[in-house]
Design a protein around this ligand. Structure first.
Ligand SMILES: *Cc1c(COP(=O)(O)O)cnc(C)c1O
Length: 259
């Protein structure tokens, strides 16, 4: 892995972009009258492990990835280079149940739990890992889980052409998924996540998630996270109460067609 040179132009570029994004988050929080500042998760998909290492040296503690195939080798490479200084990995993409065993080896959080079967698979995977590593809950902490909610109130017919499969559970299904996460071994229910649906007002969509979050917290006070806001809509998310924003391109630059 490169990135150790004193004249690392990429590190300087990332430092400047990171500063700008952090300033945007702080300004949005101040303008919204918030006493707290949301956490930044830098989404590193399509960018190499060397960039993750550079970000870690710049103080980034949390990174996000949306595909296991890409995240797994990257996390291994970063772990090898940085050891205990490696950032935490947040899994934020669609996840097949048969990948659960792989993801729990490197991820400390999954933001995209969108069905009960996935919660069950993640629980089994954490329990299995505890048995294998003989570490119990001390060695392998609970996996932090957020329920991904589809906050788009439009029916399939009302949605514009070309919007792919919706991400997330319906608000009606989300509470059953949350209850399952809270009930099973190895998982910690931490809150809700959404992606703003295209063609709708982002802030209104984020406020919808925030309302669902309030209802959830009434029964589960520890489920206090709202993961929402990307490069294009982070200010709207901060105004609506995001606790975690997931920023990719405004830190790392544009991605190719993938991702
Ligand atoms: C890629 C991605 C992001 C980051 O998007 P940017 O527009 O690059 O900031 C956030 N959340 C999810 C779920 C993503 O897949």
């Amino acid at each position: 892995m490169d990135g150790d040179g004193a004249a690392d132009a990429r590190a300087a570029e990332l430092a400047a972009a990171l500063d700008a994004v952090r300033a945007r988050i702080a300004r949005a929080a101040a303008e919204a009258g918030r006493a707290d500042v949301p956490e930044l998760i830098v989404v590193t998909k399509t960018h190499p492990a060397a960039d993750v290492a550079r970000l870690a040296r710049l103080g980034v503690r949390d990174v996000g990835e949306n595909r296991d195939q890409e995240a797994r080798p990257k996390a291994a490479e970063v772990a090898e280079a940085l050891g205990a200084d490696a950032p935490r990995w947040h899994f934020i993409g669609q996840l097949q149940t048969n990948k659960a065993k792989l993801v729990v080896r490197y991820a400390s959080a999954v933001h995209s739990v969108d069905r009960v079967e996935l919660a069950d698979a993640l629980s089994r995977a954490v329990v299995l890992r505890r048995e294998r590593e003989d570490g119990g809950a001390d060695g392998v902490p609970n996996l932090e889980c957020l329920v991904q909610v589809d906050v788009d109130p439009r029916s399939d017919d009302e949605r514009p052409e070309g919007i792919g499969p919706r991400g997330g559970a319906s608000p009606e299904d989300a509470s059953a998924i949350a209850e399952r996460i809270a009930a099973v071994e190895g998982l910690a229910l931490r809150g809700l996540m959404c992606v703003a649906p295209r063609g709708l007002d982002a802030e209104e969509s984020f406020r919808r998630l925030a309302r669902l979050g309030r209802d959830l917290r009434a029964a589960h006070p520890e489920a206090d996270r709202l993961s929402m806001g990307m490069s294009g809509d982070l200010e709207a998310a901060v105004r609506a109460g995001a606790t975690h924003v997931r920023i990719g391109s405004d830190v790392l630059g544009a991605r190719g067609a993938v991702g």
